[in-house]
Design a protein around this ligand. Structure first.
Ligand SMILES: Cc1cc2nc3c(=O)[nH]c(=O)nc-3n(C[C@H](O)[C@H](O)[C@H](O)COP(=O)(O)OP(=O)(O)OC[C@H]3O[C@@H](n4cnc5c(N)ncnc54)[C@H](O)[C@@H]3O)c2cc1C
Length: 321
């Protein structure tokens, strides 16, 4: 038995979601009494790859060359080949955009069962539990194929180094086709934290009345180092960009803290945010359905509560600086 973890990096830095998958793979390896290895595609310093040792990875297989093309077919070919070379029986991805594109392709190539979007370790009997029906139930999966692929919901594991170890790094050659996708330029639209990776998300709904009132939401996000999100009607009426829309038809997120301001808590919204660890709801209607899903609730007018909360947060931050 051997675990292979798919690692992503940007600017020679390993992504936080990949540190999580490394820790997750290492935890499974510990359960099974095996080792966790990792595959890194593209150019990254060997020294940087070796830091994965701190997160429980014993060996890194580095496939050199240019993989900045985001061509999921090439990525899946490379990962499948490495998985076969190192005899991986479990392959772990992050359930992020890249993982969602690559993991199913690797599953098809290796005829492996895939359980996607899980948030907990497999049970001792190998059964994997994940939420289903938009978070309303849990389902147990037993993978019957010799190889299983698991994808981990971002923010499911605290990211902390577990040792001072350094991983062995070995360059491996794989046979990948020429990229079918050519990336001419990558332009970062902002320095904002990507919604799917954010640990804290501040979100606004139709209760905020209009786009001109989002200053206080952005202020709170800035103070907390959070990403901003919104309900669907807010995006549909172009108060906020569509990439901020969370829910059943938007992005599903699982931050450590989700602050919902002026959002009713319709089932379609909850479907995308119920994986949040702590939910804070601010709504002037005490009967708003969101309060049933909330860990903390403030019944009050957002236009009074949010500015006061922002001031209190600023003071708290200043006194703890
Ligand atoms: C097939 C389908 C898919 C959908 N997918 C999604 C999805 O992915 N995401 C999503 O969000 N929705 C989705 N919806 C829409 C969903 O059903 C709700 O209509 C939507 O979530 C409501 O958005 P809202 O809570 O911002 O607005 P509203 O329902 O209008 O609620 C506004 C809330 O703000 C409160 N409020 C008003 N003024 C204030 C104030 N001054 N201070 C504090 N609180 C105030 C009100 O009490 C109310 O609770 C979907 C619907 C369908 C049919």
């Amino acid at each position: 038995m051997s675990i292979l973890v798919f690692i992503e990096h940007e600017g020679n830095k390993i992504k936080k979601s990949s540190l999580e998958t490394a820790l997750y793979g290492a935890a499974i390896a510990q359960q099974e009494g095996s080792t966790a290895q990792a595959v890194v595609l593209g150019d990254i310093d060997a020294a940087q790859a070796a830091t994965l040792g701190k997160y429980g990875i014993s060996k890194v297989w580095q496939v050199g060359g240019n993989f900045s093309d985001l061509d999921a077919n090439r990525h899946s070919r490379a990962v499948s080949e490495v998985a076969q070379q190192c005899g991986a029986t479990t392959i772990v991805f992050s359930h992020n955009y890249t993982g969602k594109a690559v993991a199913p392709r690797v599953a098809a190539r290796l005829k492996a069962g895939l359980v996607s979007g899980i948030a907990t370790l497999p049970k001792a009997d190998g059964i994997v539990c994940k939420s289903s029906f938009s978070g309303k139930a849990f389902a147990d999966y037993r993978v019957l194929s010799p190889i299983r692929i698991l994808s981990l919901t971002p923010n499911s594991m605290p990211v902390k180094p577990t040792s001072d170890n350094s991983a062995a790094v070995e360059t491996v050659q794989v046979n990948v086709p020429v990229a079918q996708v050519k990336v001419k330029q990558v332009v970062k639209l902002s320095d904002k934290i990507p919604l799917t990776e954010a640990e804290i998300v501040v979100s606004g709904g139709r209760g905020l009345k209009g786009p001109e009132n989002w200053g206080m939401i952005e202020e709170m996000a800035n103070i907390l180092g959070a990403a901003t999100a919104c309900s669907r009607p807010v995006a549909d009426t172009h108060w906020r960009p569509h990439h901020e829309h969370v829910g059943q038809t938007g992005i599903a997120i699982s931050p450590n803290l989700y602050i919902a301001i002026g959002i009713s808590g319709a089932i379609q919204h909850l479907a995308g945010v119920s994986g949040s660890k702590v939910i804070v709801v601010i709504n002037k209607d005490a009967e708003a359905p969101f309060f049933k899903a909330a860990d903390y609730g403030v019944i009050g007018d957002a236009f009074e509560v949010v500015p006061r909360l922002n001031e209190a947060l600023k003071k708290f931050k200043a006194s703890h600086a």
